[in-house]
Design a protein around this ligand. Structure first.
Ligand code: AMP
Length: 218
């Protein structure tokens, strides 16, 4: 029984900075950043069976079914690098996933320690996502106005092409936001019942957000 490993959940609408902040805090906390969206995209790039199954939903801005998502996530958190804990980004996204995660953790004598709810207005979500570009290889994130790559269209880190995610196109952004409010936002109340949620103002600038989050961990 080890109840002392640190498990953090990053929540919030798409584009609220969950992934960016998870990347920034992971080294400070010494924990891996686990993004279910990124694992799906990697599988789509490699054209695996999982990628083919998940891709149909992702390209429409819909959620991948709980069964498939949970199986993949539980498999990932069994890995050696998760022994001291992990930062979950984009999981859970449904009450069903949260309940399954609780059950999985309880069976192992573990529990969630912190839920960070990144809060930003819809208009800012739309501005960020429609201008977002990502490296097609390493998923480094750019923005056409806020943070363009040094050489147009090429990743600063690995030199691969920088592209727009298909699900960052306007109609799909709208679908993802609708899904968030309808299905994922109720999770805040779910975790609030156990007093786990801290609201993080996602509009105060990347560095200030990181500083605030790290202050919560002492
Ligand atoms: P993200 O990179 O977190 O924005 O995720 C991209 C897409 O992957 C989402 O719009 C969903 O289609 C799918 N996805 C990621 N995480 C989950 C999850 N926990 N449950 C269901 N679908 C997910």
């Amino acid at each position: 029984m080890a109840g002392d490993i640190l498990k953090v959940i990053m929540m919030g609408p798409p584009g609220s900075g969950k992934g960016t902040q998870a990347e920034l805090i992971k080294n400070h906390l010494g924990l891996p950043h686990i993004s279910t969206g990124e694992i799906f995209r990697e599988n789509i790039r490699k054209n695996t069976q999982l990628g083919q199954r998940a891709g149909k939903y992702i390209e429409k801005g819909q959620l991948v079914p709980d069964e498939l998502t949970c199986e993949m996530l539980f498999d990932r958190i069994e890995d050696e690098d998760c022994k001291e804990g992990y930062i979950l980004d984009g999981f859970p996204r449904t009450i069903e996933q949260a309940e399954r995660l609780d059950k999985y953790l309880t069976e192992r004598g573990h529990k969630i320690d912190k839920v960070l709810n990144m809060s930003i207005p819809d208009q800012e979500v739309i501005r960020r996502l429609s201008g977002r570009r990502v490296c097609s290889n390493c998923e480094e994130i750019y923005h056409i106005d806020d943070n363009p790559p040094a050489k147009e269209g090429l990743c600063n880190v690995c030199g691969s092409s920088v592209i727009q995610r298909k699900d960052d196109l306007p109609e799909i952004i709208k679908a993802r936001l609708d899904t968030y409010y309808e299905i994922s936002q109720p999770l805040i109340s779910y975790y609030n019942r156990s007093g786990l949620v801290t609201i993080v103002d996602g509009t105060i600038g990347k560095t200030n957000v990181t500083r605030f989050i790290l202050s919560l961990f002492g």
